[in-house]
Design a protein. Structure first.
Lengths: 111, 112
């Protein structure tokens, strides 16, 4: 099982501020996913990154995959209360099809 | 198109009782998964299946059993419930190895 470490564990910011969440591993992944989960619901896929160095943008969210495909970051610009949730990264290893999940970062955006 | 459906949504069990968590998907996905989520621990894979009649263990299979008699259904069985099985259980499915799995709404289980 590949270990994915997310930081910080908790993040509380004011509406309009920017934030970055990190996902790091010593393992190489064929792809990496970011999910967002709201209380009482299942995780919802935000994005998949597959190429080292890849940057994907989804409105105010920017996702980056490290050059070595071992780490990733999620940056939110001008955060809004609707961005509040648990952000999970998950890696798909090179030799099987089972996702390994990080423990998550709980983001709270205060109005 | 309901996606992934899980029942029940909540359940309280006494130690030693048994139960089955139901999972159904209507997307004709071949791959199905069961995860458990504990606070601060992320999601851990319990069992998975790549097609009807095929199941395999994930990271934390002890205390659980699964079956996959149809493409649509992937029930998770707890035979002798223990407090350590208190958790939120998520079923997920995907067409194949890609794209990443689509998750159901979860079942919150408490064992006392």
């Amino acid at each position: 099982t590949q270990l994915l470490e997310q930081s910080p564990q908790f993040l509380s910011i004011q509406e309009g501020e920017n934030l970055t969440v990190y996902c790091n591993s010593s393992s190489v992944f064929s792809s990496l996913q970011w999910y967002r989960q709201e209380p009482g619901e299942g995780p919802v896929l935000l994005v998949t990154v597959v190429t080292g160095g890849e940057v994907k943008k989804l409105k105010r969210l920017t996702f980056q995959f490290g050059d070595a495909r071992k780490d990733s970051s999620l940056h939110i610009t001008a955060a809004q209360p609707g961005d509040t949730g648990l952000y999970l990264c998950a890696g798909d290893s090179l030799d099987d099809y089972k996702l390994s999940f990080g423990a998550g970062t709980t983001v709270t955006v205060r109005a | 198109n309901a996606g992934v459906t899980q029942t029940p949504k909540f359940r309280i069990l006494k130690i030693g009782q048994s139960m089955t968590l139901q999972c159904t998907q209507d997307m004709n996905h071949n791959y199905m998964y069961w995860y458990r989520q504990d606070p601060g621990m992320g999601l851990k894979l319990i069992y998975y299946s790549v097609g009807a009649g095929i199941t395999d263990k994930g990271e934390v299979p002890n205390g659980y059993n699964v079956s996959r008699s149809t493409t649509e259904d992937f029930p998770l069985r707890l035979e002798l419930a223990a407090p350590s099985q208190t958790s939120v259980y998520f079923c997920a499915s995907s067409p194949g190895r890609e794209p990443p799995p689509h998750f159901g709404p979860g079942t919150r289980l408490t064992v006392t």
